[in-house]
Ligand binder design. Structure first.
Ligand code: SF4
Ligand code: SF4
Length: 564
């Protein structure tokens, strides 16, 4: 094993670069998100702002994470699995998610930690080897050249292996948020590591397809665990009106998905003369009873992640990223110095707040002090948003909803969950929401909602037209809600409900949500605005045959085709 170190810290190893040159592989290739260049792949630099060096580091990190997963899997079979290794794996996977970490030094440190652990486990695995059980190193034809995505020449195998890796990245991110609240399930780690092992083996398309669906099941478990972590810590989300206007005091804007960071920030900033605002995916925090007790928890500021450059400049105060989605600020940006990160995310030049290893707490005093010196936010908009329709709130409404369905007041549920993004083609989702009849209730989760949650949609009697369950992981709630409705309406499967899935995807959390739905047998999902570049023609055609996955056309046409 090679650990690369120079006088200034850890850097990309020359051997990996040589490997790539040797196999005639371009140094950077990434096609994991919806905004990949030309819907084919980012080379030389990412549309997201990821540099070639960072991309190369991520490739290395993923390679070593897979090796660590293999070693840990091997030891687990001998009842010697290593929990710390699993945590390094989930944190590392999370860091490689689109828009999560842009800090090369931080990624180098993670790579070093993974390699150190791999060295330790390799030694343990070798000691544990016996005649009847071959060494884990021999169990697959592993060469370091595999670090490059394009090393795998068979397009379908490559497609399925990447689909597995992207799915486990999403599941790992959810595990990390749950772990921050003290909730962990080793069986989920074992499934993640098992799936990763498949990507280093020579296995058939059929076997990989099976693993893809297993990753979906793992995704359901990870989302359920996070739901349990969030609801047992902060109560059940309830219908809530969230303030959109800015107050007169300086504030901190908290972005990302991690509710445990929000809790600590609110507790530490109470009585300090500042307000706390949510941004993008943190909006659903307002739905939880626990957070309502903080009078300085002011409201939501701004829109989905991709508008942050414009909106952060107007916020005037510090911004705390607890996870993806970060857009690297321009060199001349006024807010660059006001950015703080924590958890698995990172940004070069930003202050990263870590956990105290003894107390397990994070010290947010630096960001609070910075906020106290800032001007209050500029006013972006006025009004309120309604949300909080996660599974518990919806179960209270089930009888009323079922009656409305029986009377024909509600004719269809349209699941428009997922992600928002920069492509102008995403205007489709605003148009689609406006095109569909008021008898269709929109169920949503994730930042896709910003495309239509502020539109004046015609209300459906007693129900808001957009029922927001929460963050992308709260797609779990949408699954529970759909199943509750199925039972209440006496139907056999979710597919028998008057329901349409029109999902917008962007990054790997959305990939695991999609796989979760497929693993539960949900059919006829429409995926847009474009289909993933990492799905080969054959893999796509299998998904079409098996699950009738489709894409989108125009809002007008789809409003007719999808909801009739
Ligand atoms: S994460 Fe997306 S935008 Fe960034 S390099 Fe990869 S494919 Fe390109
Ligand atoms: S839903 Fe997806 S794109 Fe949107 S903020 Fe969450 S992770 Fe990012």
């Amino acid at each position: 094993m090679c650990l690369f170190q120079n006088g200034n810290g850890f850097s990309i190893g020359a051997i990996e670069k040589n490997c790539k040159t040797k196999i005639n592989c371009i140094v950077m290739f990434c096609f994991q998100c919806q905004e990949t260049a030309k819907n084919t792949g980012c080379v030389s630099v990412g549309v997201c702002g990821k540099s070639e060096d960072l991309s190369s580091l991520f490739d290395d990190l993923i390679f070593d994470i897979i090796e660590l997963a293999a070693a840990n899997n091997y030891l687990r079979q001998k009842n010697a699995g290593d929990l710390a290794a699993s945590r390094l794996i989930t944190d590392g996977l999370f860091s490689t998610i689109t828009n999560a970490n842009f800090d090369q030094d931080a990624v180098c440190e993670k790579l070093y930690a993974v390699r150190k652990k791999l060295s330790e486990l390799s030694e343990m695995a070798n000691k544990a080897d016996s005649d009847d059980c071959p060494s884990f190193n021999c169990s697959a034809n592993v060469t370091r050249e595999r670090v490059c995505i394009l090393w795998e020449k068979d397009e379908d195998i490559r497609s399925l292996k990447q689909l597995i890796i992207y799915g486990v990245k999403g599941a790992a991110a959810y595990c990390e948020h749950a772990r921050a609240l003290g909730f962990e399930q080793e069986s989920i780690y074992a499934q993640i590591e098992d799936a990763l092992c498949k990507t280093r083996e020579e296995v058939s398309v059929e076997e990989l397809l099976g693993t893809v669906l297993q990753v979906g099941q793992t995704g359901v478990k990870a989302m359920a665990l996070l739901d349990k972590a969030n609801t047992s810590s902060f109560g059940y989300p309830e219908m809530t009106f969230v303030e959109l206007s800015a107050g007169e005091r300086p504030g901190i804007l908290i972005s990302g998905h991690d509710l445990s960071d929000l809790k600590e920030l609110l507790e530490q900033s109470e009585g300090k003369g500042i307000d706390i605002y949510t941004h993008s995916e943190m909006l659903p925090a307002h739905y939880y009873p626990y957070f309502k007790k903080f009078s300085h928890f002011k409201g939501n500021y701004g829109n989905a992640w991709w508008k942050q450059q414009e909106e952060f400049a107007k916020f005037n105060g510090p911004i705390l990223f607890t996870s993806n989605c970060i857009v690297p600020p321009k060199a001349e940006s006024s807010y660059r110095k006001r950015i703080f990160t924590t958890g698995s995310c990172g940004l070069e030049g930003a202050t990263h707040i870590t956990k105290d290893p003894v107390s397990g707490k994070k010290d947010f005093s630096q960001i609070i002090a910075a906020a106290q010196k800032c001007n209050p936010p500029e006013q972006l908009e006025k009004g309120k948003l309604v949300g909080g329709f996660a599974h518990h709130q919806m179960s209270i409404l089930t009888d009323r909803i079922v009656n409305a369905v029986k009377k024909g007041v509600i004719k269809r549920f349209v699941v428009m969950a997922g992600c928002d993004g920069r492509h102008t083609s995403r205007q489709y989702y605003s148009d689609f929401a406006q095109e569909i009849d008021k008898s269709c209730l929109i169920l949503t989760a994730g930042c896709a909602k910003y495309r239509y949650n502020k539109l004046a949609l015609t209300p459906n009697g007693e129900f808001p037209r957009v029922l927001d369950a929460g963050q992308c992981n709260d797609c779990y709630s949408l699954i529970v809600i759909a199943d509750e409705l199925r039972k209440a309406l006496g139907l056999k499967t979710i597919n028998d409900l008057p329901i349409t899935f029109n999902i917008a995807w962007y990054e790997q959390k959305a990939v695991v949500v999609l796989l979760a739905l497929l693993s539960l047998g949900v059919k006829n999902i429409h995926l847009g605005p474009t289909l993933p570049a990492f799905l080969s023609k054959n893999v796509l055609s299998v998904l079409k045959d098996k699950f009738n996955i489709g894409t989108i056309t125009t809002a007008k046409q789809d409003a007719i085709n999808f909801v009739r």
